[in-house]
Design a protein around this ligand. Structure first.
Ligand code: GLU
Length: 531
């Protein structure tokens, strides 16, 4: 029978989600939606030592910002669901709340001879490890050592019973076969074989906190939640043989999910994995959202850096996957249609921060002027600019209409990567210059240029046609050309008076925006200041 596609993203709330984690969630989501299936969020929080407060809420908020909405696991209020319902039939979705489920499965493995009780204390094991290291060997708890250790395979049955009853620091360990070729298939890497003799007897369940370890909880939950594909980071590939053997031991092979292990994200120079610290060292975010840790250290986020979530999702999708052609820009829906596991690359995907910005620039250009204007308004307010619903363009009072802001945005948006760039691109569209760049003054404000610029200014001030770029711009150019004046020098003189520097937007564009009156004021001011 064809099974309904069900995938899960199963983060451990041990800190903020790295962008690689978001990519894993995204690929799972794309796979689920492409197959008309379910995307589940499960929180793997059985390791209480590594639990970080706020991490779970961060994960939920980050996914929500990206538009990656779980079908199961999180409800509309952004809470991880604890109570079963039609929509959330497998609740609770936090493994810590599923605690009573796992013990029986651990016991089942012991009964079947696939696992055993281990009574060695942490101190005993540490001593053994140190002793073997002193002899230049590494200690591994498996077929080579388990026969000499304190466990249910070596101790008499009554002693085992007594220890189970009277002590609380025992564990259940998987009995890794001594010499078996485990044959596995990965959707990205193909066929993989590993000899089980090199692997250790992993702890599956701990009496001390009555909690499963990752391996047991993960397999049991994937089975109970009817997961069909496990798409996760390649750091879990070494655990795959154990997971295969666990499915076998439980007799769940027929419904075992298929596995796809994603390659790592690499540093911009390709040397090593992109780590959580790299962003702050190299000046780009590695987290979707800003994160403040318990020590008060702040890590920057894509959201706070000014990325659009669509751009972030798009750039993440392209890190390690491509559509097989030249296309680079995809909405989430387009990604759902185009995605394929076959086109995921096996090698690590190098992160290019410049390319990340390119994506944002592309998305910014696609946004409507209204949307960009609305995003710009708070920045203008911070700069002390008042925004009105009327038709103000008041340079003295610093009051401007929303309509004017929209015109500004239309003119400058092609030069911006982020909305936060808008102000720096052209503050002079809201504020009259009060100083003039010295080196530009020295270069351009020369008698031979200023006489011409002043004459041109007189022509402009007397312009009585409509102040529209299409007619006004060419008229100014023609005026200069007919007189065979040096275009660049004359324009730079005028720009100095309008901007306070010789770089900036086109003269005609600016004048059409700020108006002839303001133009005149700025020219007069420059002449007063510079002569
Ligand atoms: N809890 C694991 C993690 O945080 C999940 C691994 C898996 O998807 O199986 O990476």
């Amino acid at each position: 029978m064809e099974r309904r596609t069900r995938v899960r993203f199963a983060p451990s709330p041990t800190g903020p989600l790295h962008m690689g984690g978001v990519r894993t969630a995204l690929y799972n989501y794309l796979w689920a939606k492409q197959h008309g299936g379910d995307f589940i969020l499960r929180i793997e929080d059985t390791d209480s030592h590594r639990f970080v407060p706020g991490a779970e809420a961060y994960i939920i908020e980050a996914l929500s910002w990206c538009g990656i909405r779980p079908d199961e696991g999180v409800d509309e209020n952004g809470q991880v669901v604890s109570v079963k319902s039609e929509r959330h039939p497998h609740a609770p979705y936090r493994q810590s709340e599923r605690k009573p489920i796992y013990r029986q499965y651990a016991e089942q493995l012991v009964k079947g001879g696939f696992a055993y009780y281990a009574f060695d204390s942490a101190e005993e094991l540490a001593a053994l490890r140190a002793q073997m290291e002193a002899q230049g060997q590494t200690f591994i708890y498996n077929h080579s050592t388990r026969g000499q250790l304190r466990n249910s395979l070596t101790l008499p049955a009554e002693e085992v019973e007594r220890l189970l009853r009277e002590t609380t620091d025992w564990t259940v360990r998987f009995k890794m076969p001594e010499d078996r070729i485990v044959e596995m298939d990965d959707m990205i890497r193909g066929h993989v074989e590993v000899n089980s003799g090199t692997l250790d007897d992993k702890v599956l369940w701990k009496r001390a906190d009555e909690l499963p370890t990752y391996h047991l909880a993960n397999i049991v939950d994937d089975h109970l939640m009817e997961i069909t594909e496990v798409i996760r980071g390649e750091e879990w590939l070494p655990s795959l043989p154990l997971h295969y053997l666990l499915y076998e031991a439980f007799g769940w092979q027929d419904t075992m999910p298929r596995f796809a292990h994603l390659s790592l994200l690499l540093k911009p120079d390709g040397k090593g994995k992109l780590s959580k610290r790299d962003g702050d060292k190299m000046g780009f975010p590695v987290f979707p959202l800003k994160w403040v840790n318990a020590e008060g250290e702040v890590s920057r986020g894509y959201r706070e850096d000014g990325y659009f979530p669509e751009a972030f999702v798009n750039l993440l999708a392209m890190l390690g996957w491509n559509p097989g052609d030249e296309r680079e820009l995809f909405t989430l829906d387009e990604l759902v249609a185009a995605f394929s596991i076959e086109r995921i690359v096996k090698s690590g995907a190098r992160f290019n921060p410049e390319k990340a910005k390119w994506f944002n620039k592309e998305y910014l250009r696609q946004k409507s002027d209204e949307t960009l204007r609305d995003a710009y308004l708070p920045i203008l307010k911070e700069q002390g600019i008042q925004i009105t619903d009327g038709n103000e363009k008041d340079f003295d009072g610093g009051k401007f209409s929303k309509e004017y802001v929209k015109d500004v945005v239309r003119l400058i948006k092609d030069r911006a990567t982020f909305v936060k760039d808008f102000w720096d691109i052209a503050p002079y569209l809201f504020r009259r210059p009060t100083a003039y760049e010295e080196k530009d003054v020295a270069k351009f404000w020369k008698e031979e240029n200023t006489v011409l610029a002043k004459e041109l200014a007189t022509f402009i001030r007397s312009w009585n046609g409509p102040l529209e770029k299409e007619t006004f711009g060419p008229a100014v150019e023609t005026y200069i050309k007919e007189r065979e004046w040096p275009m660049g020098k004359v324009m730079n003189c005028l720009r100095l008076s309008l901007v306070g520097a010789s770089s900036g937007l086109g003269i005609a564009d600016m004048i059409c925006l700020i108006g002839l009156e303001e133009f005149g004021r700025r020219v007069d001011n420059a002449i007063t200041a510079l002569g």
